[in-house]
Design a binder for this molecule. Structure first.
Ligand code: HEC
Length: 112
């Protein structure tokens, strides 16, 4: 009996987290910032205070966050397919790390 209740609440929690995945922030923003500071700040302005990215061609994270249609999902897809760092072997993000960085980017939204 207890096992069934547990199984049910687990299934519910799973369903809730999967639906949240679709549109909401999908990771821990604090951890995301740490990763961004290490892996992305070399080219991108990762803090909203920064007026310009170190690499001018790379958009500021705050600008990315405020780009219309730039959802978490769009970011995941973009990062997996088109991002120039895919060609840079020293930046390898695990799936969770990618989600955390994206949660951080999304947290910068509407702050400018
Ligand atoms: C080696 C430099 C470099 C690093 C490191 C880098 N980026 Fe980028 N990024 C770029 C450049 C250059 C562009 C613009 C590409 C273009 O316009 O073709 C870009 C574009 C992007 C975009 C798309 C913006 C848009 O509006 O389409 C996202 C999202 C992004 N980067 C996220 C990240 C994240 C997250 C990290 C760290 C995990 C990261 N980048 C690390 C150089 C870098």
């Amino acid at each position: 009996m207890t096992v069934r209740v547990l199984a049910c609440s687990f299934a519910l929690a799973l369903a809730l987290s999967t639906s949240a995945w679709a549109e909401q922030d999908i990771g821990d923003t604090e951890a995301g910032f740490q990763i961004a500071a290490e892996a992305c700040a070399y080219c991108h302005a990762v803090l909203p205070e920064e007026a310009e990215s170190p690499l001018p061609r790379a958009p500021r994270f705050e600008d990315i966050a405020n780009t219309p249609g730039m959802t978490s999902r769009a970011l995941v897809v973009w990062m997996r397919t088109s991002h120039p760092f895919r060609t840079m072997p020293h930046i390898v993000l695990e799936r969770d790390e990618l989600h955390e960085v994206i949660a951080y980017i999304r947290s910068l939204r509407d702050r400018q």
